[in-house]
Design a protein. Structure first.
Length: 267
């Protein structure tokens, strides 16, 4: 008697637990979707604002997922004679301006890292003038010493493209990559690296080690440095200044200087 009623009760219990789990999973996915959408909105808004500050016209920027320039729209505008000065078409033609444009996205990632209490470094990977992946520093949050912005961006891009070699890609990062990231950039066969401020203490590309251009390795990366360096450096300096202030307010002892890359005002 007891055994016969216990079985349906157990089945009922399993059903309830499964239902609760599915419910939880759905809420989690929905929450992630909302966060991702907000992230994209902020990213696009920040880029648009930054471009408007620099005199770009809003009508030439398509509200695509990452707010990246719409080449077709720009071409159309040129064909219609609608360009007279600062437009996306001009931006795509001018490679320096193009680099600054994409570095702006990396700076946004760096700001998001800072907001999460991580050292503010951000990266994006661009293929055919489209952002193929992005990453921001978060070793503290993920308890992962390899969770640097570049590594996260490389992993995301390689996974999305189903290929661990990114031979057509340009990686933008706000601060000179460390030795680990420079090694990963070489392993991914990245075509071109664009970084902002030099890291005088641990730079793995130009300053301390020259990993990306080392003739002993079977792949060399084209390197451009100093792009929006001041913006990237200021984010770092403000972050460490704030952290020292918080630490000294807590216990009169900072003990965080060792974490700070050697970001200085010199290039
Ligand atoms: Zn690194």
């Amino acid at each position: 008697m007891v055994a016969t009623s216990a079985a349906p009760r157990a089945a009922d219990q399993v059903f309830r637990v499964t239902r609760l789990k599915l419910c939880g999973e759905f809420i989690h996915l929905f929450y992630e979707f909302l966060i991702r959408r907000r992230h994209d909105e902020i990213l696009h808004q920040n880029r648009t604002d930054a471009l408007l500050d620099r005199g770009y016209s809003r009508q030439y920027h398509s509200p695509s997922r990452f707010g990246a320039p719409d080449r077709q729209m720009a071409k159309r505008n040129v064909a219609n004679g609608e360009t007279n000065g600062d437009t996306t078409a001009d931006l795509l033609r001018d490679s320096d301006e193009n680099d600054r444009f994409f570095m702006g996205f990396a700076l946004n990632e760096a700001q998001l890292a800072r907001d999460a209490g991580e050292v503010p470094i951000g990266a994006v990977i661009v293929i055919d003038n489209q952002i193929a992946g992005s990453g921001r520093n978060h070793p503290i949050g993920s308890n992962d010493p390899t969770a640097h912005a570049e590594i996260i961006a490389l992993r995301e891009t390689a996974r999305r493209r189903g290929n661990y070699r990114l031979t057509e890609a340009t990686l933008y990062v706000t601060i000179e990559p460390c030795a680990m990231c420079a090694g990963a950039i070489v392993n991914a066969r990245i075509k071109r690296l664009v970084y902002g401020a030099a890291d005088l203490r641990a730079g793995g590309v130009d300053t301390v080690f020259q990993i990306c251009t080392n003739s002993s390795l079977n792949h060399r990366v084209e390197v451009t440095s100093g792009v929006l360096a001041e913006e990237g450096r200021q984010l770092m300096q403000a972050f460490f200044k704030q952290r020292r202030k918080t630490k000294s307010a807590e216990n009169g002892d900072d003990g965080v200087d060792g974490d700070q890359p050697g970001i200085t005002s010199e290039e």
